[in-house]
Design a protein around this ligand. Sequence first.
Ligand code: KG4
Ligand code: ZN
Length: 340
Amino acid sequence: MKEDVYILGIESSCDETAASVVKNGRTVLSNVISSQIDLHTLYGGVVPEIASRKHIEEINQVIESALTEAQMKLEEMTAIAVTYGPGLVGALLVGVAEAKAIAYGAKKPLIGVHHIEGHVSANFIEHPDLEPPFVCLIVSGGHTHLVIVKNYGEFEILGRTRDDAAGEAFDKVARAVGLGYPGGPKVDKTAREGNPHAIEFPRGKVEGSPYDFSFSGLKSCVLNYINHAKMTGEEICVPDLVASFQNSVVDSLVSRGVAAALEYGYDKLAIAGGVASNTALRAGMKEACRKAGITFYYPSPIYCTDNAAMIGVAGYYEYQKGNISGWDLNAVPNLKLGQR
Ligand code: KG4
Ligand code: ZN
C-alpha cells in the first residue's frame, strides 16, 4: 500500500496569511486564513509594508492552528510547500523564510509553489473527477490568464490581459463609485440590485489576439460616465452602473473561455482566482457551458480567494514530480506562469 502524503501549505503572497494541511493532494484537513482586509481597508488598498509586517506577526500562530485543526504534528508532514511568487516581495519573503526554517529544522523537503498554479489547483479539492487536460480561466487581483492545463503544473497560455487584471478593474471601479476596498465582493453584491443592461459598456478586444483581454478601456468608459454625470448634475444609479460594468467583464470572460474550450477540443472548463467567486461570472459560465456541452468546474468561494489549501494541493503534485526546492529558494515577485 502506498504511504499517505501530507503537505503543510503556506501562503503569504498578498494580504492573507494562510496555512493548511492537505492529504494526498485532494483532501483538505485544515485551511486557516488570517485576513488583513480590515487593516488595508483604512488605506483603500493593500499597503505592501503593512502586509509584510502583519504576516510576520501572524504566521507562526496560523501554522500552529492549521496543524491543530488537522490533528497532526509537524513531524508527520511529508513536505512543506510555500508560495514563492508571484506577489509582493516583502510578503512572499515572510512565507518563504518561515517555510525554509521549518523544513530545515524538521528535515523535510521544501517545495516552492507558483501562486497561480495554486489557484488552478483549488479546483481539484472538491472535484475528485477533475484531471488534466482542461481549459482554465484564471482571474485574480493581479492576473487574467486563459490556459490549457496540459498536466499538473503544466500550462499552455492561450491569452492574457494586455492591461488591467479582471480583479483590478473591479477594485478600481468600486473605488470610483465609493464602494471601497476590496471592490470585487462589493460590486458583486451591489450589482444584484441593478440592471446589467442599463448602460451599454464596450467589451474590450485585442485585435488579432482573440483570447487576450483588455479592461482599461472599459474602466475609462466607467470613469467618463461618472465624470459626465457629475458635470451635468445627473444622479448616478450605482447598482445599474456596477451591474452594467460587471456584465461587460463577465461577457468578455465567458465568451473567450467557452470559445477556447470549443476551438481546442476540450470538454472541461474551470475557473480560478478571487474573481472566480463572482456570482454573475459563475452563473454566466455555467449557462454558457451547459449550452456548449462543456462540464464546468469552479471552487467554493473560500478556495477562490487566496488560501493555503490550494498551495498544499499544488505542492503535492510538484512533490510527486520530484520538484524539490533547494535551500536557496527565494521570493520571485514577478514569477511567470510555467516558470520554475
Ligand atoms: O486571488 P485573489 O484573492 O488574490 C490575488 O491573487 O490577486 O484575488 C483578489 C481579487 C481582488 O481584486 C478582489 O476584488 C477580487 O479578487 N474578488 C472579486 C470577488 N471576490 C474577490 N471580484 C469580483 N467578484 C467577487 N465576488
Ligand atoms: Zn491569488
